[in-house]
Design a protein around this ligand. Structure first.
Ligand code: GDP
Length: 426
């Protein structure tokens, strides 16, 4: 059985917690896209961790963790994370890295920084982890696959030379920055080879066998639908698909192998970076939600940046769940809303005088104004509750209202950051 765990919104929905929780009954957890640009926060009996590249199964000794071919693999970050978790007494995780995954090169990170500098106020709010330059090179067919680290020295140097020639034109004439050196890059790649060699694997073949053996497999998504390059808020999107469907490509398994899609949806909204955010709130109202949000506030796991805050957006979430092909919704951080007397929910968008509940393309989204409905709060702490019936009536009404609006079943309600803070509904 293959399950995908993905986000319905702008990311930071709590996928890490849901993955860590569901991982306990799984044999394999796979990251299939994205890179070290976003992070999952996970709290368990070993402590609190911000993972950027490692799959969220690393805290379970029985799990094989896999970096799929769709990932932007930053090798030093990956191994630094391994060291960080083992330093906190987590047993050395079993880790496999796809021989077809491509490598984030040191110059990808530099180009990301230089381009943001060049764009100045018009920048995309990149985390400067090299993700956009990495994926550009992948599709321009000048990226480096893990498998290429094992080529003959001469062959590899020739390829580096070809790439460096092109990069140096940009560095010299567009960015006016120091040039790249072939020998230095070769040495760096050999360091990467040494680190990654014990983990390299033909992942799609491995997974083919695992599927035939009936293993439980989790595909772990990063960010959410609205950051998808095709279906998200283009151009304020990420550079690899955030959709469950891409899980098949980014891991090398058949699309029909994915039987369940658990879409994680947060009980209010948050976003990072620029771009339209219809249900956004500001000022003190936003700050209060930001500080109370998640576990220890809504601040980026990778960057520490304060996240933009908003009320729950039924329009965006309905769309987000639809594009994921949702079979189950995990509704998270419901406990955070317990301080509010009343809870506004965005139930529609007004665009050019017309009200819609369908998520529009970016040009229209920029003009959309939220149509809010105010629901009564429950004014109590719901952490520790383990059965749905024990939740306060207004809390259940909030959940059921959202479920009706988005049209997908909320089968899990998360009421705290820990593994055990979960209410199964159906
Ligand atoms: P991810 O990238 O989707 O994994 O999300 P993040 O890790 O960036 O954000 C989720 C944050 O919310 C983390 O700090 C989690 O520990 C926390 N969290 C997850 N689920 C819950 C929940 O139900 N309640 C509370 N209070 N915090 C939660």
């Amino acid at each position: 059985m293959v399950k995908a765990i993905v986000g319905a919104n702008w990311g930071d929905e709590g996928k890490g917690k849901i993955t860590d929780m569901l991982a306990q009954d799984s044999d394999i957890v796979i990251r299939f896209q994205g890179g070290a640009n976003a992070g999952h926060t996970i709290i368990n009996n070993y402590g609190k961790f911000a993972l950027h590249t490692l799959p969220s199964g690393v805290f379970n000794e029985h799990i094989t963790n896999i970096i799929g071919n769709g990932v932007a693999l930053n090798i030093p970050v990956l191994f630094q994370e391994m060291q960080e978790i083992t330093a906190k007494n987590v047993p050395m995780p079993k880790l496999l890295v796809s021989d077809r995954a491509q490598i984030v090169m040191p110059y990808h990170i530099l180009f990301d920084q230089y381009e943001e500098e060049r764009l100045g106020g018009k920048s995309f709010g990149s985390t400067k982890s090299g993700i956009a330059p990495f994926y550009s090179d992948k599709y321009a067919k000048i990226g480096f696959q893990v498998s290429e680290l094992f080529m003959d020295e001469q062959e590899l140097k020739e390829k580096i030379e070809r790439v460096v020639t092109q990069k140096n034109v940009l560095l010299e004439h567009l960015y006016h920055k120091p040039l790249l050196d072939v020998e230095e890059l070769y040495r760096t790649l050999m360091e990467y080879k040494e680190m990654v060699a014990p983990h390299v694997c033909d992942v799609s073949l491995y997974l083919d066998k695992a599927i035939k053996e009936g293993k439980n497999i989790l595909l772990e998504g990063q960010l959410g639908t609205l950051k998808d390059p095709d279906h998200g808020i283009f151009p304020m999107v990420t550079s690899s698909s955030t959709l469950a469907a891409y899980g098949a490509i980014g891991a090398g398994i058949p699309p029909y192998a994915i039987e369940k899609v658990v879409t994680v949806c947060k009980a209010y909204s948050s976003a990072v970076g620029a771009g339209a955010f219809v249900s956004e709130i500001f000022g003190e109202e936003a700050q209060e939600l930001r500080v109370r949000g998640g576990d220890g506030g809504e601040f980026g796991a990778t960057t520490g940046r304060p996240r933009r805050m908003g009320w729950f957006d039924c329009v965006a979430s309905k769309y987000g769940c639809r594009l994921q092909g949702t079979t189950d919704v995990a509704f998270t951080v419901v406990d955070v809303l317990g301080y509010l007397d009343e809870i506004p929910v965005c139930v529609g968008y007004e665009v050019d005088g017309e009200i819609t509940t369908e998520f529009p393309v970016t040009a229209k989204l920029e003009k959309a104004k939220p149509v809010l409905k105010v629901l009564p709060g429950w004014k109590s702490d719901i952490r520790g509750i383990r059965s749905y019936e024990e939740l306060p009536e207004n809390c259940r009404k909030y959940i059921e209202f959202v479920e009706e609006q988005i049209g997908y079943p909320i089968t899990m309600v998360s009421n705290g950051p820990g593994r055990e803070d979960i209410i199964y509904r159906k």
